[in-house]
Each structure stands twice: as structure tokens, then as C-alpha cells.
Ligand binder design. Sequence first.
Ligand code: PAF
Length: 283
Amino acid sequence: MKIINKIAEMQQYSTLQRCEGKKIAVVPTMGFLHEGHLSLIDCARKEADIVIVTNFVNPTQFAPHEDLDTYPRNFEEDCKLCKERGTDIVFAPEADDMYCADRTTWVIEEKLSKHLCGLSRPVFFRGICTVVTKLFNITLPDIAVFGQKDAQQALIITRMVRDLNFPIEIIVAPLVREKDGLAMSSRNRYLNEGERHRGLVISRSLFRAEKMLVQNGIGRLGEVLSMIVDNISEAGGKIDYVEALDAATLEEPDENVKTLLLACAADFGKARLIDNVLVKIGE
Ligand code: PAF
């Protein structure tokens, strides 16, 4: 496995691989890898000849008051894990190389980004769309793998790739949970023991809601959402949102909805926890 830091070297490497007819998959990450990320690498490994994992804590997706400076990092351990899972290249650029000080260009998705995380984090998806576009232009992949854990991100990237005609297939790999149900996330590192235990209320409430919706349809959606809100609040979580939206459009669901995205975000201590389940309606 090779580590590449320079943008031009990364582009040259990928261009050469493409000329040799190799299929490239990229797994964009911000490092501090856990089993969720590694499952994305496994997925990429199955689909392509060359697997590139990008490791870059992207400053433009953090607002000034957010956790850019304290975001957990462990580059050495990340590289070890990448190697074990058969990664060919770790691309880890410097922020100053990625972003010119006088940059004036952004990539903005204007609809899906206005819901869920986008409401409380207004620059978040602009930063993500911009950096992912840059990473695509640098790593030149045929395939890119994202996780369902960040359901809204996956939907926005898929839309961006369609709208801007990137010749890239987006694969969305399943969300990976700890044994007790907690969705894996680098930010789980911020949780103390009590918060981690109380944070389990999120996945438990989502699973309970899923059962209720599968049994009863969306007729009593309000009650289901209130149940989740009450449970999380009682456990001391500070809720950002609890929503059930049409999974294809992120609009309010109507009677024709096929799949609901039941999603929530709540702070437990310093950790912002997000989680979601997809619920097939009327099956
Ligand atoms: O999901 C993430 O870790 C980040 O949002 C991404 C896609 C690597 C962009 O910085």
C-alpha cells in the first residue's frame, strides 16, 4: 500500500491505472476509521482493481463553532487498517494544497441539502459537495462508495453525480452498528460511558418506530415521531431533528410513499449522534 499526499501525483497514478484498463474505486473518509469505514473498503475491494481511500478532514464542511480542531485523528492506525483491508492507495492531502486561500468556487446542491442536517448545518453540504467533487477530479474513480449511515450525504452525492454527469457509479453500503445497536461513527469517541449508554435510545427508538410503521403504515406517523422524541429527550439527548421523509426525495411523505427515511440527530454530551432506518411501506 502506498500513501500519496500530493494532488498531481494522485492524478498521475490514477490516469496511468485507467490507461492500463484498471477499474478504480474510491472511498472518501475523514479518517479515524472504524468498522463502518472498513466495510466500505471491503465493498470497494469487491468492485474494483484499485482501491483508493482518501483521508482528509475537510475544513469547509465545518462551521466555525463546530469540532474541526478536535475532530479525532489517528493517521498511523488508519493506514494500518487500510492496509489490512487491501487498500492500494491512501490519499492524504494537506488542507493548504486542497484549498487555495483565494478560492471562489463551490459546488452547491440546492434542494436535498435544505432538509435534516442541512437546516442546522447550513454550510455542511456545500463543503461536502465541493470536497467530493475535488476528490473525484483528483482520484479519477469509476466507482465511489459511501455509507448509508450518512443517508442524506449519500442521496446528495448521488444527485450531484447525476446532475453534473460525473462518469462515476455511486454505491451506498449498509449502515454498520455496534453489537448493542449504536450506529458506528468517529464521533462516538466523544461519548463518556453514561452518554454512550443513554445514546442507545436512538437506535432502539428507531427500531421500535420501524416496527410500528411496518404494522400500521404511515396513518399515525405523528404518534410514532412523538414516541422517538419523548424517548430521546427522557434519556437526556438534545434533539436537532426527528423526521420521517420520503427516502427518494426528502419531501414530506404522502400516501404513495414507498420507502420512508426515518432519521434523527441528537447531541449526547459533546457528541452529535445521527442515525436512520429505511422503512418499506405497504409490503
Ligand atoms: O462522510 C465523510 O466522512 C465526509 O463527509 C466526506 C464524504 C469524506 C467528505 O469530507
